[in-house]
Design a protein around this ligand. Structure first.
Ligand code: HDE
Length: 712
């Protein structure tokens, strides 16, 4: 090994869950350490506030170009931006680690990252939306990206997945078309963060292979409550190679510990304005509060010999592999437990490539994957330059040694007299190794050069029907409403008429409901019969956590002066012990006082937000404690009544104690709302939890957990 190689190898930290974070420390500086500001070339600066001028001392004269310090500051600033990602521009990321839990995968692969239970492989995950620009809102209706980088001892492995298991198109060459169609229209640059426009629905109406994915995006999957509550899917079909050299087809799955949950559309729309960074903040909040999100990692595997045993093509990315046919095999789990130190250096410069695989993992002939393998490397060169894999967040934690040289922003100084292979030094320079390197699995390829798709690629509606049939009644209503919203934003009748006609291939009731809402083509005749098959695993309800939990849920406690201090403190303690995050919302930010406490005294409780400062949409549940005086103030405030009505309209848990019950009853105009006079909690059929007197039991917390998972 060359001495350069030794240096790289020495820098490698051992394979622990924090190995990548330790690697990043090599380039992390603390900007607070220096006594003095300096230029980029290290000269101390005495004035960064005033440009050098030609002046007589009384009035400001012209600025002088000579001022190299001001020029450097401005020039450096002028070049701060890099091109945003052409898709998935808006995103956020976190560090964590992946752990294999059993040896189930060793039957299929020899890749240690999937089989070695002693490893903690560091990972970086970036979540994103697809359509909007870097500055667009988080809660728009869209697919979410779920891109994972595993820093393995054998090199980086990337799964560049989504929160939806299928894709809009079957062949990579259609990608520019679907993306042009969904992105803002060329003549107006409208809309932002929306697929609700003529061009998107025009395209998918003429491209029936998109129908299955359109169903998913229009379902609640398109508006997740949190990145932490999304499933992840590798989407494409990869292969695994085992120690005997046998090949299996594989799909990758991530299942969130907290279950799969969504916003309601009205919430998503409002949060888009109230807090466009809602999902970013949510990820940070959970990690900072000691609740790192966790996913189970599973695979679906098909033997190579069974490739043609299914009525769909297993290499078609517009199809799932139904779990009844190909069960999930849980093999590991991963946790995201560290936020980034600097967004640009880490999250923005993170660059993923579907072609980044490690020995034991291979590609398949999935035509979408084949094209993706070309595209990602190429796009990173535009965004980050040819040496993008040297950027700290992207560089592997194992040695990187080769004869690639030069290019813009080359950071490595490679000591060697040769930069080609073969060379006279052989063993002193990097050379291909016989064993342990990436090897191609021999695969017979035989064909006639032609532009074609496999015969089974021609069927587009069977799984769209399967998905729709598998939704619960309220999920179906949400989907119909979502499509109606989107098509209502299309003002070209050709567009909404074509799409409502196409829907007759999925389900005639769905087609009629949407067509009625948007003035589309109403017909009683299906274009194809609904096969009526369904599967439980496609509804979000299937993924509800086994035990109801309020961990990481945001609970707003509405208070005014005169509240019951002991009661509120007890409630907060119970919520905190259940790992929920509670916020006091009151008439003013800062201190308010409980019954019996002197106004202006140091006693009291700190209000986190004014009633106008936040809205119910930003919380999972609201709670109104007892206290005649504080209820009087709340009841006189129209915004507080709006908090209650809005939370109720979004099917959120509302807790009311003592005097608060009457207030909630009046606010909701629900005279029948019942409550016990003692400390029993009563859960009404509306999801409002009432009690005469609060007793700090975890049972009371459990009842608050019902609503977030049961939005009807
Ligand atoms: Fe991507 N995709 N994609 N994509 N994709 C990009 O690469 C592309 C596809 C996905 O957080 C780009 O680095 C083609 C499917 C994610 O940085 C680009 C095709 C799936 C991310 C690109 C697809 C994805 C990207 C833009 C069709 C789900 C964000 C910036 C063949 C499995 C990664 C970049 C991050 C990003 C190309 C289809 C997921 C242009 C050509 C299918 C999560 O290279």
């Amino acid at each position: 090994m060359t001495s350069a190689g030794t240096a790289v190898r020495n820098a490698v930290t051992s394979m622990t869950s924090t190995a990548k974070v330790a690697d990043l420390q090599r380039d992390t500086i603390d900007n607070n350490i220096g006594p003095s500001l300096t230029t980029d070339h290290g000269v101390k600066i005495s004035d960064t506030d005033t440009w050098l001028k030609a002046s007589d001392g009384n009035k400001s004269g012209p600025s002088l170009l000579e001022d190299q310090i001001s020029r450097e500051k401005i020039h450096r600033f002028d070049h701060e931006r890099i091109p945003e990602r052409v898709v998935h521009a808006r995103g956020t990321g976190a560090h964590g680690f992946f752990k294999v839990l059993n040896d189930r995968a060793s039957k299929y692969t020899f890749a240690p990252v999937l089989t070695d239970t002693s490893r903690n492989t560091p990972i970086f995950v970036r979540f994103s939306t697809v359509q909007g620009s870097k500055g667009s809102a988080d809660t728009v209706r869209d697919v979410r990206g779920f891109a994972m980088k595993f820093y393995t001892e054998e090199g980086n492995w990337d799964i560049v997945g989504n929160d939806i298991p299928v894709f809009f198109i079957q062949d990579a060459v259609k990608f520019p078309d679907i993306i042009h169609a969904v992105k803002p229209e060329p003549h107006t640059e409208v809309p932002q963060g929306q697929s609700a426009h003529n061009n998107f629905w025009d395209f998918v109406g003429l491209q029936p292979e998109s129908t299955h994915m359109v169903m998913w995006v229009m379902s609640d999957r398109g508006i997740p409550r949190s990145f932490r509550m999304m499933q992840g899917f590798g989407v494409n079909t990869y292969t695994l190679i085992n120690a005997k050299g046998e090949r299996h087809f594989v799909k990758f799955h991530m299942i969130p510990e907290l279950g799969v949950h969504s916003l309601m559309w009205d919430e998503a729309l409002k949060i888009g304005g109230q807090d466009p960074d809602f999902h970013r903040k949510d990820l940070h909040e959970a990690i900072d509060n000691g609740c790192p999100p966790k996913w189970t990692f599973a695979i679906q595997v098909i033997e190579e010999s069974r490739e043609h045993d299914f009525d769909f093509d297993i290499l078609d990315a517009t199809k799932i592999w139904p779990e009844e046919l190909v069960p999930l095999i849980e093999i590991g789990e991963f946790v995201l437990n560290r936020t980034v130190d600097e967004f640009f250096a880490e999250t923005e410069q993170a660059a993923f490539c579907t072609s980044h695989i490690v020995p034991g993992i291979g590609f398949s002939d999935d035509p979408l994957l084949q094209g993706r393998n070309f595209s990602y490397f190429d796009t990173q060169i535009t965004r980050l330059g040819v040496n993008w894999e040297q950027i700290p967040i992207n560089r592997p934690i194992c040695p990187v040694m080769n004869h690639h040289r030069g290019g813009q922003s080359q950071h490595r100084i490679t000591k060697s007299t040769v930069n080609y292979w073969p060379n006279r030094q052989e063993l002193n320079a990097p050379y291909p190794i016989n064993k342990g390197g990436f090897e191609e699995y021999p695969q017979k390829v035989n064909g006639i050069k032609q532009r074609m798709r496999g015969a089974k690629f021609n069927e587009h509606f069977s799984q769209a029907q399967l998905f729709y049939n598998s939704l619960s009644p309220h999920e179906k209503v949400h989907l119909i409403n979502a499509m109606s919203f989107e098509l209502s934003h299309c003002d070209d009748p050709t567009v909404y008429e074509t799409y409502t006609k196409l829907l007759r291939n999925v389900d005639i009731d769905l087609a009629k409901a949407v067509a009625r809402n948007v003035n589309g083509i109403i017909s009683d005749t299906p274009a194809r019969e609904n096969h009526a098959r369904s599967t439980p695993t496609l509804s979000q309800l299937y993924y509800a956590p086994k035990e109801p939990t309020i961990a990481t849920r945001r609970i707003a406690i509405l208070l005014a002066d005169g509240f019951n201090y002991t009661e509120v403190q007890a409630i907060r303690a119970v919520l905190a012990s259940s790992k929920a995050v509670n916020f006091i919302i009151g008439p003013r930010r800062g201190k308010i006082h409980a019954a019996g406490q002197t106004m202006g005294s140091s006693a009291g409780i700190i209000v986190d937000h004014h009633f106008e400062g936040q809205r119910s949409t930003l919380f999972d549940a609201i709670l109104i404690p007892s206290g005649a005086e504080h209820i009087k103030t709340l009841a006189a405030n129209g915004r507080v009544v709006h908090w209650i009505r809005e939370a109720f309209g979004h099917c959120k848990a509302i807790g009311a104690i003592g005097e608060a019950v009457t207030f909630v009853r009046h606010s909701l105009n629900l005279p029948e709302l019942d409550f016990a006079d003692d400390s029993d909690a009563v859960v009404s059929s509306y999801g409002v939890v009432t009690t005469g007197k609060y007793v700090a039991t975890s049972a009371a917390v459990d009842v608050l957990a019902i609503a977030p998972s049961s939005k009807g």
